[in-house]
Design a protein around this ligand. Structure first.
Ligand code: ADP
Length: 265
């Protein structure tokens, strides 16, 4: 693997000794490479719907097209494009807020089970389209102290990825285990998996294993997991991933239980 090093040399004590300072800029360069690629994709992604809208406006103002035609022929396509566009923009906004550190945690008692059921509901069209099997191994009620909106973002991104990266007729398992110290939530899929060498980079901003511009399930930004990681850290939780190419991937979120009611002395 390529490294980006900068070496500085200083002569000390009348050229008798040399001080070498080696700076490793590899992480910065990597980020920049990911970012350049992202910028290209994102620009393309934003331009496509804008161009369509522009063409429609032109056609309509020159009376070359009727409202009926717009409604019937262009609306379904346009809606999809605009959805992708707004998803990209809201991902970017989320990330920049997180980077700026301006997102507060509004801690509440949150029922994880309820959130998971609701997310599975929202993803049902995609799940059915790919004929995926969903196995839930969740107690009726699991209460943790968390920001409900952020928890939704965290779980949604992970489950959405499982759906996105699992070929048709595969299966996804969502489960929760609870012991006296932790609540552990996992999402396991039988999808394409992640190569070993990429595993520690998937939480980087803009990083994607497969660099092709789009996949059939929509735009891939490489932002989802970096947002997930940030939100998880903000809560004081942790996330781990295990994966085997062509076998599947398992994400595990570890939520330490607050030791309330336990008093010292
Ligand atoms: P996106 O999915 O928009 O590309 P993410 O940050 O959510 O961005 O994920 C980063 C990369 O990690 C993805 O591009 C994909 O290569 C890989 N990945 C994430 N989840 C899975 C999964 N469940 N199975 C296989 N690969 C995954």
């Amino acid at each position: 693997e390529k490294k980006y090093l900068e070496v500085e040399a200083f002569y000390l004590s009348g050229n008798q000794e040399v001080l070498l300072i080696i700076n490793d800029y590899t992480p910065l360069y990597r980020l920049e490479e990911n970012f350049k690629e992202f910028l290209g994709n994102a620009s393309h992604e934003l331009r496509t719907p804008l161009t369509s809208i522009q063409i429609l406006i032109d056609l309509f103002s020159e009376r070359k097209i009727t409202l009926d035609e717009i409604y019937n022929e262009f609306f379904p396509y346009l809606r999809k494009e605009v959805e992708r566009m707004s998803k990209l923009v809201s991902n970017l906004l989320n990330l920049s807020r997180l980077e700026a550190g301006v997102i507060d945690l509004q801690l509440k008692e949150v029922n994880l089970t309820e959130i998971i059921m609701e997310i599975v509901d929202r993803l049902t069209p995609h799940i059915s389209k790919k004929n995926l099997e969903i196995n839930l191994k969740i107690p009726e009620k699991v209460i943790v102290s968390a920001d409900p909106q952020h928890v939704d973002t965290i779980i949604f991104n992970i489950v959405e990825n499982a759906v996105k990266y699992t070929p048709p007729s595969g299966s996804i398992e969502i489960g929760i285990n609870e012991d006296s110290d932790n609540v552990v939530l996992w999402v396991k899929d039988t999808g394409i998996g992640i190569p070993e060498k990429d595993l520690n980079r998937i939480f980087d901003r803009f990083y994607r294993v497969n660099k092709s511009r789009t996949n059939e399930d929509g735009f891939s930004t490489g932002l989802g997991l970096s947002i997930v990681k940030k939100l998880i850290e903000r809560h004081g939780w942790s996330i781990t991933v295990e994966s085997k190419v062509n076998k599947g991937t398992k994400f595990e979120i570890i939520i330490p239980k607050r030791k309330e009611g336990v008093k010292d002395g």
